[in-house]
Design a protein around this ligand. Structure first.
Ligand code: SF4
Length: 246
């Protein structure tokens, strides 16, 4: 894993994701190395994904200057690459950015696959508007290890969701991308577990095949309708609000 310390000129970018105004990504590259990751295509990144991470060392100070002049708006943290990937344990760039945002109490929305986010609950719980979402695409941890080799285990994510909800912080889950070989036959047990973890709502999405994702060609014409209908039906049954993200 090549870790590069880099200096950046800007921190916040406009986000086109629903409910967000800005995007903040403390790292370029992602050590979680998910085989289905869309980020290389979004970033037009040619380096081998999962084998490098650029650490944006000066991001907190750039962010502090930007929020002094930009209009206030909800900041999505980790919209392209995971803000709680392993490098964050040492560098704490995400934590320092949270400290900056907390000074002005800007609204935040965090999405991750790592229970490292628990480390920062002391800060996160002080924000007036905040939520934390976990991406979970299966309940089968063996399949998770094949598709998302260096992410937190599914058990750790479910435990984290329960802990966060108990602290009074809104939680949600992105069930996606839905990949039949990854989801396997775990859909009902997964939604039941999410209901037990007290999540506020669930977003779901099918696998979108981007350039460079030839390994997933077999799903190009896959009929996702039955799975999507099943997700909606199970969410009704287990009393979870759910939204199709595409
Ligand atoms: S955690 Fe997200 S950004 Fe990181 S490799 Fe996986 S899908 Fe890509």
């Amino acid at each position: 894993m090549k870790v590069n310390e880099v200096i950046v000129k800007s921190a916040l970018s406009k986000s086109s994701l629903p409910g967000l105004v800005y995007a903040l990504n403390p790292y370029r590259g992602c050590q979680h190395a998910c085989t289905y990751c869309y980020a290389p295509s979004v970033l037009r990144e040619n380096r081998r994904w999962g084998e490098f991470v650029d650490v944006k060392l000066n991001l907190p100070s750039v962010l502090a200057k930007e929020i002094a002049s930009k209009p206030r708006g909800i900041v999505g943290i980790g919209t392209v690459t995971d803000a709680y990937q392993p490098a964050e344990r040492e560098y704490e760039i995400t934590r320092k950015c949270l400290e900056v945002l907390l000074k002005k109490d800007w609204p935040i929305s965090i999405q991750t696959k790592s229970d490292l986010v628990l480390r920062d609950l002391d800060l996160i719980e002080k924000f007036k508007d905040k939520d934390i979402g976990f991406t979970i695409a299966t309940l089968d941890d063996k399949a998770r290890k094949m598709f998302e080799p260096h992410s937190s285990t599914i058990g750790a994510r479910l435990d984290a969701l329960r802990t966060i909800a108990k602290r009074g912080i809104k939680t949600w889950v992105f069930l996606g991308p839905i990949i039949p070989d990854l989801l396997g036959d775990t859909l009902e047990e997964l939604i039941k577990a999410l209901s037990g973890a007290g999540i506020d709502h669930l977003l779901f999405d099918r696998l979108n095949i981007k350039p460079g994702m030839g390994a997933f060609d077999q799903y190009r014409d896959y009929d996702y309708k039955p799975i999507e209908e099943k997700v909606k039906e199970l969410c009704r049954h287990y009393n979870i609000r759910c939204y199709n993200a595409f």
